[in-house]
Ligand binder design. Structure first.
Ligand code: SAM
Length: 174
């Protein structure tokens, strides 16, 4: 399976805490290895690490990264950079090609994404050419990339686990 990490750009601590947290949670649940956060936010880092400790897996989060250096280092290590944007090429036209890549850094923005990102990225990919959200774009992209396999993901080492049930909430302590 392709190794995927997410780079979250443009995080504004006073406005984006909830959405950035949801980017991290969706990335973790849907098969990404970790998230780089351009900007500092100790609260988000602590929140995501707490979820990992309770729910398992080895998802990482690193804040305070320089987005440009992150992109260059990823490409320098043989990885491919996919920027999600409504202006890009339709995901359906590129998903098969992207499945053959060993490592993908998925870049998602917040408000305005610097123009340079469009040229530094190896692919600019759209999940429809309509405006929506980084959480929705990331979720659909990961599901297309992993072709649904991520839905059966395992998260070893957690302290709690849900017992799926048709009605009500069933959890067990491990
Ligand atoms: N208006 C901003 C711009 O043009 O740079 C984008 C704002 S949007 C709320 C935040 C992020 O959601 C974008 O940077 C992009 O990563 C993602 N996004 C929104 N719509 C998308 C789409 N149709 N396909 C892929 N990603 C999308």
């Amino acid at each position: 399976m392709t190794e995927v990490c997410v780079l979250r750009l443009g995080h504004r601590p006073e406005r984006d805490q909830r959405v950035t947290t949801h980017v991290g949670l969706a990335a973790r649940a849907l098969g990404a290895r970790g998230m780089y956060l351009a900007g500092r936010d100790a609260g988000i880092v602590a929140g995501i690490r707490d979820v990992v400790a309770r729910w398992g897996g080895d998802f990482f989060i690193e804040d305070g990264v320089s987005w440009k250096r992150c992109i260059r280092e990823w490409q320098g290590s043989g990885g491919v950079v996919v920027h999600l944007t409504m202006y890009g090429e339709p995901v359906r036209e590129r998903e098969a090609e992207l499945r053959d890549k060993g490592k993908i850094l998925v870049v998602v923005g917040a408000e305005k994404v610097p123009g340079e990102v469009y040229t530094l990225a190896d692919y600019n990919i759209a999940v429809t050419n309509q405006p929506h959200s980084e959480v929705a774009g990331l979720a659909v992209f990961l599901d297309r990339l992993f072709a649904g396999e991520e839905l059966g993901g395992e998260f070893p080492g957690g302290r709690i686990r849900i017992v799926p049930s048709p009605r009500g909430k069933r959890c067990e302590e491990i």
